[in-house]
Design a protein around this ligand. Sequence first.
Ligand SMILES: [Zn+2]
Length: 154
Amino acid sequence: MLGKLAKELRMLGYDTLYYRGEDNDPLIQLAREEGRVILTRNNKLIPKRPEDPIIRIREDRPSLQLGELIQKRVISLNEKILFSRCLICNNLLNEIPRKEVEGKVPDFVFYQQREFFGCPQCLRIYWQGSHLENMQKKIDELWASTKPQASNHK
Ligand SMILES: [Zn+2]
């Protein structure tokens, strides 16, 4: 139910797994073992122990779920990890020498961009524009919305 949110979290650099199983026990077990937070819209997913970190997303519109997580301080925006992961596999991206991507990305992209990054698993190639087209505006808005105090104190 939260596929779009998962991609957006990866775009922000968060290590994000998407769980498709029906059974909740392995999910909770995995979260414990790997120190993960479970995000869900499912009301039936109940913590087994008080310390199990299960966070319910109230917002059903995908475009607003990321904002909800920021408001709840589950995540914050960290420029250092922004755009560091594959949106599909969750792997950390590696920088690829520019000459190696010639012919593998559209020509105009090759000539416009200086830096390219690749996913070691699915071999997708990313560049700043490929993320920015979709997300830069949204990130700017979220960024502004997380700093309301700074402007109110003038
Ligand atoms: Zn990938």
